[in-house]
Ligand binder design. Structure first.
Ligand code: NAD
Length: 317
């Protein structure tokens, strides 16, 4: 079993080193907008959708020069075909074509509103009742609730069914991989899920939909019915720890895989991004499918820059 690289703790950090336990400047990845995060529905934030280029207009992401040609796609398809233990690592980019904005793409929630991170930062959330009230009210209309899996999620399911997927680690909290039919035994939702609710003071856990019903019924900041504690979604906020067992399982899989396929992630949130060098250093190939550059492009065996929904299905063996 490989130890999780160098993490004095496993809190999430952005643009930092694995485990660099910065208080909350290194915010984990959040109750990530798009997911649970209210920010996605900030009225001032355009969201992918009919009128938002983030999801609907591929040119917003992929200049023609960058779009991969048939030969490059075929080269990657062969790498996939020759692999038998693939670690698929997905990020918010796989869900933008389902209408859920990412964070850091051109139309990302944080790109447009850097303050939006506060809603997903545990310290602010616990200490600011007004922020929680705004958060719950916005969460009611989160775009995740109406989102359907897209051809990217379905391609991951097909890859799993070919028997080649060792583990699917997703940073997404939208639950769309499971909804698409990915095997729950092979999925690690490393940043949690927006679909659950939990008490921050006791062990109560339940469905977020029940809490949102209470908000709709007029409770602005619904409290735990068992102990009166502050409720939150089961996503991992900046300043919270990842689940140790999930992180360890992911690192073990990175050390065992023969290909790490990074899809729709800026690879800038740690400790998850550290899976990539760990896999490469233990002999795995690296393929990156993402609209924009990532810090690991130079280490990759292949980089495909284009629409996940269009390209991922073409990589199936
Ligand atoms: P990110 O926003 O940092 O990066 C997403 C990347 O995907 C960007 O580089 C963008 O260029 C690319 N991208 C967007 N749409 C694409 C498409 N259709 N085809 C190809 N590439 C596309 O997101 P991240 O790396 O996942 O990390 C940030 C955190 O954001 C994660 O921890 C995640 O939990 C959280 N998040 C999750 C959701 C969700 O659950 N759907 C939504 C927003 C953010």
């Amino acid at each position: 079993m490989n130890d999780i690289p160098s993490s004095p703790d496993n809190s999430q950090s952005r643009d930092g080193r694995p485990g660099a336990a910065q208080p909350h400047a290194d915010r984990p990845d959040i109750d990530r907008p798009g997911a649970d995060d209210p920010d996605t529905r900030d009225p001032g934030v355009d969201r992918p959708g009919a009128d938002d280029p983030g999801a609907g207009d591929p040119d917003a992401y992929y200049p023609d020069d960058d779009y991969p040609g048939a030969e490059q796609v075929e080269e990657v398809r062969r790498i996939v075909e020759q692999s038998s233990r693939i670690l698929v690592l997905t990020g918010a980019g796989i869900s933008t074509e389902s209408g859920i904005p990412d964070f850091r793409g051109p139309n990302g929630v944080w790109t447009k509103d850097p303050d939006a991170e506060k809603y997903s930062t545990i310290e602010y959330y616990m200490n600011d009742e007004n922020l929680r009230i705004r958060g719950w009210s916005r969460r009611v209309d989160n775009p995740t609730w109406g989102a359907e899996p897209n051809t990217g999620h379905q391609a991951v399911v097909a890859l799993e069914r070919s028997g080649k997927v060792h583990l699917l680690v997703t940073q997404n909290v939208d639950g769309l991989h499971l909804e698409a039919g990915s095997d729950p035994e092979r999925v690690v939702e490393i940043h949690g899920s927006v679909r659950g609710a939990m008490c921050t003071s006791c062990v109560w856990r339940g469905e977020i939909s029940d809490v949102l019903d209470r908000v709709r019924a007029g409770e602005a900041d619904p409290r735990c019915e068992v102990c009166g504690g502050i409720l939150k979604s089961t996503t991992i906020f900046f300043g919270e720890q990842l689940v140790e067992a999930d992180l360890q399982r992911s690192y073990d899989a990175a050390g065992e895989c023969d290909l790490i396929l990074a899809v729709g992630t800026s690879l800038s949130v740690y400790p998850v991004a550290a899976l990539v060098p760990h896999a490469v250093n233990t002999g795995a190939k690296l393929v990156i499918l993402n609209a924009e550059e990532t810090p690991f492009d130079l280490q990759a065996d292949a980089v495909l820059r284009g629409s996940i929904g269009e390209i991922l299905p073409q990589l199936l063996p």
